[in-house]
Design a protein around this ligand. Structure first.
Ligand code: MN
Length: 234
């Protein structure tokens, strides 16, 4: 047995629908700019898939927090945003996977919130600086239970988010610029994908700020629901 100086941190994990075992989470990848209407609301231009490739950022697995949690409003931001997303859960390893074979890596899906310090992201974009403090926020990778759907490629389904009962985001995963097969094929060119890797697939339009006391309720049709409450700043 390996001995450590202190107890290692707990393995980040998610509940799985219909199972008592939890799913151990490995890495958290996020796709940037994957719905046209969101790319435009962020001040970008339409994405030309013929000449542009998807881009990614990561969040620490330690930033993972489960649905139903109350999280404090984070420090160092005055503009903390919700991004409602379909989360793809990898269940088998793959490297340089062809799009036609991508379904073999899929364990299932979840509903997620890619919480974002938008003010820091905007400043970083302008200066060409990294996004880490904007995106890798403590308790800022919110994820529902995992719905096991091995080998299933989701191609459509409503994705929606309400804040305090008011609709803020509503779209369809059929509008993903890079679809599930394309994301797996492309990302597996950079990384040896592993079981437990989560891929947040991007947010539709309608992102906006949250404040302390807000209750967020999101849903991905055929996948599940997610809830989050924003608590006071620490
Ligand atoms: Mn996002």
């Amino acid at each position: 047995m390996t001995s450590y100086l202190w107890n290692p941190p707990a393995v980040p994990s998610l509940p799985v629908r219909g199972r008592t075992e939890r799913l151990p989470v490995n890495r958290i990848f996020c796709v940037g700019r994957n719905y046209l209407a969101h790319a435009l609301e962020m001040g970008g231009s339409p994405v030309d898939k013929a000449t542009e490739r998807a881009f990614y950022f990561t969040k620490s697995p330690q930033a993972l927090v489960g649905s139903g949690s109350t999280v404090p409003y984070p420090p160092e931001t005055q503009n903390y945003h919700h991004e409602m997303e379909l989360v793809l859960v990898i269940g088998r390893p793959g490297f340089r996977v062809e799009a036609a074979d991508a379904h073999e890596l899929i364990y299932g899906y979840a509903a997620g919130l890619d919480m974002t310090r938008r003010d820091l992201q905007s400043a970083a974009r302008q200066k060409g600086l990294p996004w880490d403090t904007a995106k890798d926020v403590e308790q800022g990778a919110v994820c529902s239970e995992v719905a096991p759907m091995p080998g299933v490629v989701l191609e459509r389904g409503e994705i929606a988010l309400e804040v305090n009962g008011q609709i803020r985001q509503k779209s369809d995963i059929g509008k993903l610029i890079w679809n599930i097969r394309e994301i797996i094929a492309d990302l597996s060119g950079y990384y040896h994908l592993q079981p437990g890797d989560l891929i947040y697939t991007g947010t539709p339009d309608g992102v906006g700020p949250v404040v302390a006391g807000d209750h967020l309720t999101g849903r991905v049709e055929g996948v599940g629901e997610i809830r989050l409450t924003i608590g006071p700043a620490q």
